[in-house]
Design a protein around this ligand. Structure first.
Ligand code: GLN
Length: 484
């Protein structure tokens, strides 16, 4: 059952071949059997899942089921879930039980999904390897000595290992696409504003966006339709009707203009990854796409600009974790300053502290113009690059990450090497565009992702390109040994 697509499972549920309770039990058993090796879940909500599955079965019997009704999924532990611990993988929020659901959670629950639990992640979504979690690192199911990528590494590992049908993730600088690439799954970061951020614990508010992490583009289309939409509770959510993304999957690629981003094939790109990405581009050509080279001349500035903007926003967002309003509180504080200082020192991990320090510095009166304002100007140059590119082509392609999953610990002492994991994804967040990663030919036995970037609100086009590629190839169907 765990190898089937959402559409196949939904058909099986409607035909009465199995119930949602049986399906949910099956995945709960898989989590119990396999997650000891992976650590992809922080919390498993067994009783809640079985109750939701029973309700889904009743809906199916009554003939009121939609395409997601009764499908077991997992949520990244960054989404508030009412009555369930919402930790953001931080000691700071370890005991926090959210009093309300994030809109993504509400929307998917209304569509009838079953929540199996909350997945592990980098602390407050800061990281590219899932090694900064308070609950310990996540292992990559393709090689458990390696990282799954981050920050949505728990979701990526759980989907790849078939411990859930699909999962939600969030992407501020690459946290859906890079782990999707490392774990051999399909991940989509939507246009900024397509999916509500309400109840999604904020890291960098002008960049954060939630999206689906699935095995196929077809599953991603169904999940995206279920999670997106205008939300009056999020002032940056966009008032635009939700598309039926699954209905957009039928077009062939003849005449599709594909731009290969020249700057994404320079120094720093692993040779094996380059070969795999090239094979995928050749496959697109065979399907009728016209491939041309395109330049994004300012993309080299994206990592430095991001590491000013994201820390600046995080230093402000995380100020609420002060031991008074939210978060861990130290014992026996002498006075208010002592309470703040010790609560924050004890509650946050090293990477989060580094970001808060950088961000506070960049926003301080004497440095604001030199850093924050300058980074915002670079951000504009980067969006202008994309604007020009989309005057020439329909989609852009390149690698999602410069390498394959690395061995745990390999980059832990070198934050800059870690930051460069997102060298091809960050520009997309700075511009607010949609982007996805789809599995292509592995390199050295490890998964590789092709990144496909679209113009604003062209999620349907991206999903169709990925779907056509997945109809013609079987790269996305490979399962890691031991988890098939
Ligand atoms: N790896 C990047 C960072 O550490 C991106 C994280 C993300 O997208 N949440 O900030």
């Amino acid at each position: 059952m765990h190898d089937k697509s959402i559409a196949e499972l939904s058909a099986g549920l409607k035909a009465g071949e199995y119930s949602s309770v049986e399906l949910t039990r099956h995945f709960l058993d898989r989590i119990a059997a396999h997650d000891g090796q992976l650590n992809s879940f922080i919390t498993v909500t067994e009783a809640g899942a079985l109750a939701q599955a029973e309700a889904a079965d009743a809906r199916i019997k009554a003939g009121e089921a939609g395409p997601l009704t009764g499908i077991p999924i997992a949520h990244k532990d960054i989404f508030c879930t009412r009555g369930v611990r919402t930790s953001c993988a931080s000691k700071m929020l370890d005991p926090f039980v959210a009093p309300y659901d994030a809109t993504v959670v509400t929307n998917l629950a209304a569509a009838g999904v079953v929540m199996l639990g909350k997945t592990n992640m980098d602390e407050f979504a800061m990281g590219s390897s899932n090694e900064t979690s308070f609950y310990g690192p996540v292992s990559n199911p393709w090689d458990t000595d390696r990282v799954p990528g981050g920050s949505s590494g728990g979701s990526a590992a759980a989907v790849a290992a078939r411990l859930c049908v699909a999962a939600t993730g969030t992407d501020t600088g690459g946290s859906i696409r890079q782990p999707a690439s490392y774990c051999g799954i399909t991940g989509l970061k939507p246009t900024y504003g397509r999916v509500s951020r309400y109840g999604m614990i904020a890291f960098a508010s002008s960049l954060d966006q939630a999206g689906p992490m699935t095995r196929s583009a077809e599953d991603a289309a169904l999940l995206l339709t279920g999670m997106s939409g205008f939300d009056p509770k999020d002032s940056t959510s966009i008032e635009r009707p939700v598309e039926d993304y699954a209905a957009a999957l039928g077009k062939d690629l003849k005449g599709l203009k594909v731009g290969v981003v020249k700057e994404f094939f320079g120094d720093g790109l692993d040779g094996g990854v380059a070969g795999s990405v090239q094979a995928a581009i050749d496959a697109l050509k065979k399907l009728g796409a016209e491939v041309v080279e395109v330049s994004l001349p300012n993309s080299g500035l994206s990592v430095p600009a991001y590491y000013v903007v994201a820390p600046a926003e995080c230093s402000s967002n995380l100020s609420r974790m002060d031991g008074v309003r939210f978060g861990h509180r130290c014992e026996d504080s002498k006075d208010l300053m002592d309470l703040y200082e010790r609560s924050r020192s004890e509650g946050f991990g090293d990477e989060v502290k580094r970001r808060i320090l950088i961000g506070t510095y960049a926003l301080s009166a004497g440095y604001y113009d030199a850093y924050y304002l300058k980074a915002q100007k670079i951000r504009r140059l980067i969006s202008d690059d994309f604007k020009r590119a989309f005057e020439q082509v329909d989609v852009l392609v390149g690698p999602a990450a410069p390498d394959t999953a690395f061995v745990k610990g390999a980059k832990s002492d070198d934050p800059v090497a870690m930051y460069l994991s997102d060298i091809y994804t960050i520009a997309v967040n700075l511009a607010g565009l949609p982007g996805m990663s789809v599995p292509v030919v592995p390199a050295g036995g490890l998964p590789v992702g092709l990144q496909i970037i679209g113009n604003y609100f062209e999620e349907g086009r991206l999903l169709n390109v990925a779907h056509q590629l997945q109809l013609a190839t079987d790269w996305h169907q490979a399962a890691p040994a031991g988890f098939a």
